[in-house]
Structures are given as C-alpha cells and as structure tokens.
Design a protein around this ligand. Structure first.
Ligand code: GTB
Length: 220
C-alpha cells in the first residue's frame, strides 16, 4: 500500500489547504488505499525525510521502491499508473491537454495565489501592506478572469473531469477565505463541483481527522 507524508499539525487546522490534500484526492479518485506518515516540522528536516524529499517538505509518496516528491508529479504518476480511473483521457491529444492544465494550475495560477497568502502571513505589519495587497489581489483576479473566460458554461476545463481539474481546483481552494472566487460565478461553481465529488469528500475528511485527532473515516 502506498504511504504519503503530511503535517502532524497542519497550520490550516484541517481546512485541507496543505498540498497533501491534492495527493489524497488523487488517491481517492483512483481508488487506492494508503497510509499516512505524519511529520513534525522538525522531522521534515531530518536526514530520513530529506532522503525522500530533498527540500524537506510534504507531501511525499512511497510505493515499493518508488519514492516521489512534488505534488504535481505524484498526482500525474497516480493518473498514469491507474489509467482506468479516468484521471487522464485515453485520447493522446486530450491527455496532453489535461497535463497542460495540471502545469497551468501549478505554474500559472498557483504562484500569484501563494504570493497573496504569504503576504497575509509575513507582510501584514508593513507600512506598504495595503497597497501590495491590492496589487496581489488584482494579479489573482486577472488569472481568475482568464480562467472564467475559458471555462464559460462548461462543467470541467476540457471535456470530462481530469487530473487537470483536480489540480486546478486544489489550487483555487486556497482562495476560499479571500472572497475572490465569489467574484467569478462560473469559477466558484466549478470549484464547488470539484468539492462535491465523493473522492474529494473522503480525502477532506481524512485530513480533517488528523487535525481532530481521530482515526480516518472508512472508505466506502
Ligand atoms: N512544490 C511542492 C509540491 O507541490 O509538492 C511544494 C511543497 C510544499 O510547499 N510543502 C509545504 C511544506 O512542506 C506544505 S504545503 N512546508 C514546510 C516547509 O517548507 O518547511 C504548503 C502549505 C502549508 C500550509 C498551508 N496552510 O496552513 O494553509 C497551506 C499550504
């Protein structure tokens, strides 16, 4: 059974914002049971974990001899390995486009979102914070508007739900408390559709159970 790593005490208090959530979601979409190794911040920097993850972070994924880091690489591996799960389309062109959406989520949409949330944590007491906040929120808004234009009235980004949607929605969820998602009705509805998926619900409950000190709920 694969083992992933996650925060022993997630700073988000079980709101599913840390990047193990997207891996848990992909594991659930592909129907895999998995173990979770919970790590303190200190343990993440020890040699045992650095052998799994050169940057001392979570999540990681271990299955037999394979050890992987980077949430995008792990989700892509699961989607390829469990081809029947539908996380990647069979048609080669559609598959390439789904992978492009994964990269877009990680490389184009996530960076301004991370910058915005880091500013809220690290720069709140600076005299220029309000001006910078406005600029960072506008940068995120630009991406949301572009995404909204592309999505239009569609259910998912490119045909059926794929790993591209999983990654995009996991990234967009980091905006939940910003109020920005609500400015774009179709994007907010898209995120809600992702959250409503049973696999997402199981993954969310499992990471929340860690915060609440409970056993993970049974899969069904
Ligand atoms: N590119 C890597 C990936 O996609 O896997 C990035 C991995 C990463 O940033 N991991 C973070 C980590 O291990 C946890 S997810 N940080 C500890 C460290 O670097 O020492 C980032 C995260 C953390 C907490 C919240 N939160 O509480 O809301 C949200 C996101």
């Amino acid at each position: 059974m694969p083992t992933i790593t996650a925060f022993e005490r997630s700073p988000d208090r079980g709101r599913g914002l840390a990047r193990d959530m997207r891996v848990r979601w992909a594991l659930e979409e592909t129907g895999q049971d998995y173990d979770v190794r919970l790590l303190s911040f200190e343990a993440m920097k020890q040699p045992q974990h650095l052998a799994r993850h050169p940057f001392g972070q979570i999540p990681t994924y271990e299955d037999g001899d394979l050890v992987l880091f980077e949430s995008g690489a792990i989700v892509l591996h699961l989607a390829v390995r469990h081809a029947g799960s539908g996380l990647l389309p069979e048609d080669p062109d559609a598959r390439a486009r789904a992978i492009a959406w994964m990269f877009a989520a990680l490389n184009t949409v996530e960076p301004p979102i991370v910058e915005l949330s880091m500013a809220g944590i690290l720069e709140r007491d600076k005299p220029w914070y309000e001006a910078r906040l406005r600029m960072l929120r506008d940068r995120v808004r630009t991406r949301l508007e572009q995404l909204s234009n592309r999505l239009g009235k569609d259910e998912w980004l490119d045909g059926a739900f794929s790993a591209g949607d999983l990654m995009m929605i996991a990234v967009l969820l980091r905006l939940r408390s910003s109020g920005l998602l609500e400015e774009f009705d179709n994007v907010a509805a898209y995120v809600a559709r992702g959250e409503a998926r049973p696999a997402y619900q199981r993954a969310f409950a499992a990471q929340r159970a860690v915060f609440q000190g409970l056993d993970a709920p049974d899969r069904n």
